[in-house]
Design a protein around this ligand. Structure first.
Ligand SMILES: Cc1cc2nc3c(=O)[nH]c(=O)nc-3n(C[C@H](O)[C@H](O)[C@H](O)COP(=O)(O)O)c2cc1C
Length: 400
């Protein structure tokens, strides 16, 4: 994405340098525009060094009044796929809400047709002032996104709301707001399971598997970015993605209960969790002592979450499953598709340790019509986007 990062005159301006670096590392192109007050807090040299792009602003050598036949504010407004203002002062919010264009950043904000995102930061009194809140309401009515500030101790020494949101959360919000929404998924409620489950043996020991949950978490992000309202039921310790309603669970039984509670008002299910097939027959309340000689652990089957949800589905609901197979993978996956009544299975060939935690991965979509061209090898975030695009196209082609 080509991102214009507007930086205005608040103490949190130094955090914009971290954000610029993070966005560049994520593969975006970033051009910064500093306001005159912003340039009192952070230098153009820092920003252009981090982004590898020119930094624009009020200084004569930064473009605002440079003799340039391309007319810089229009060129920048057209160049951007998204304009983010981080941190946003009360002043810039007021100007943009009222259509004022008194410097390069406010003029670009008025001229651009790209999505706009605000991350305000200011003293609590300023933040709570009805004028600032009214300006934000107006900006939201233009379709702009606002990443609300958090609470904490502010630079002015006061404690309260107005602290710039976390840089990582702002980067996620930029990803969400800047990604085109996909018809077929936009506004739809998608239930996603991810991560390993843990079946306890006693207070210290547990049976689990090598799933990191990364693929399911990236799928949650990709469905969210495509416009879906995502509910994630997450086993393991993976991070809950921003903007996704996440419920943490431990065992297969807990995962089943969390999914059943959300299934009736979901449009689709993506079952990416690596659910334990077995659990210990008995859970000991005390740590099991070691005995003499051979010891036997009796296992019983856990509930089949995918089969139960698929059996309870309405005709308008869709179900995507995953199959991690180490041999004869397409045949095993086809059997799973038929047995559990799925719309598609994404087949992960895990031979030789592939798929689990590994960075790059390949998934082969399989439907009742047979296998489709493989997606990948790609890093898991890009692979998740490829899965979402593949599935959105099929949903669009589906008769209502
Ligand atoms: C030390 C200092 C810190 C400031 N911090 C903030 C702030 O966090 N948020 C804010 O809205 N204004 C803050 N201001 C006030 C703005 O800098 C001032 O309103 C300025 O006109 C904003 O211009 P700009 O929006 O064009 O960058 C601060 C001013 C100073 C001197």
């Amino acid at each position: 994405m080509k991102i214009i990062l507007g930086i205005t005159g608040g103490v949190a301006a130094y955090k914009a340098a971290d954000l610029a670096r993070l966005l560049v590392n994520q593969g975006h192109r970033v051009r910064c525009i500093l306001t005159g007050a912003g340039a009192r807090f952070i230098t153009p040299l820092t920003l252009s060094s981090l982004t590898g792009e020119p930094c624009y602003g009020a200084n004569p050598d930064q473009g605002e009044w440079r003799a340039n036949p391309s007319i810089e504010h229009i060129e920048l407004a057209r160049w951007a796929d998204l304009v983010a203002v981080v941190p946003a002062t009360a002043n810039i919010l007021g100007k943009a809400a009222n259509g004022l264009a008194s410097d390069l950043l406010s003029t670009v904000l008025l001229a651009t047709r790209a999505p706009v995102l605000w991350a305000p930061a200011m003293n609590t009194g300023m933040w709570e002032h009805p004028a600032v809140q009214a300006n934000l309401t107006r900006l939201r009515s233009f379709g702009h996104a606002v990443v609300e500030p958090g609470e904490g101790i502010l630079a002015c020494g006061e404690e309260g709301s107005g602290k710039l949101a976390e840089v990582a959360a702002i980067a996620e919000a930029i990803q969400v707001h800047g990604t085109p929404k996909l018809p077929g998924l936009s506004g739809r409620r998608v239930l996603i399971t991810a991560g390993p489950t843990r079946e306890d043996l006693d207070p210290v020991r547990t049976l689990t598997n090598r799933s990191s949950g990364t693929m399911g978490i990236e799928l949650a992000r990709a469905f969210r970015d495509a416009g879906a309202k995502v509910r994630l039921v997450l086993g393991g310790d993976g991070p809950a993605p921003w903007g996704v309603e996440t419920t943490r669970v431990r065992s297969a039984q807990e995962m089943l209960e969390a999914c059943l509670a959300r299934w009736a008002d979901s449009d689709g299910l993506v079952a990416a969790a690596a659910v334990a097939d077995q659990r210990p027959e008995a859970v000991s309340p005390e740590k099991v002592k070691k005995g003499d000689g051979p010891e036997t652990l009796v296992l019983v089957r856990t509930p089949d979450i995918l089969a139960q949800l698929s059996a309870a589905r309405r005709p308008d609901q869709w179900v995507l499953g995953f199959a991690a197979e180490s041999e004869n993978h397409l045949n095993h996956a086809l059997a799973k598709l038929k047995k559990k009544g799925l719309d598609a299975v994404l087949v992960n060939d895990i031979q030789g340790g592939r798929g689990f935690g590994a960075q790059a991965n390949t998934l082969t979509p399989l439907t009742a019509q047979g296998p489709h061209p493989p997606l990948g090898p790609l890093a898991k975030d890009q692979l998740a986007q490829a899965v979402v695009q593949w599935w959105a196209q099929r949903l669009e082609a589906r008769p209502d």
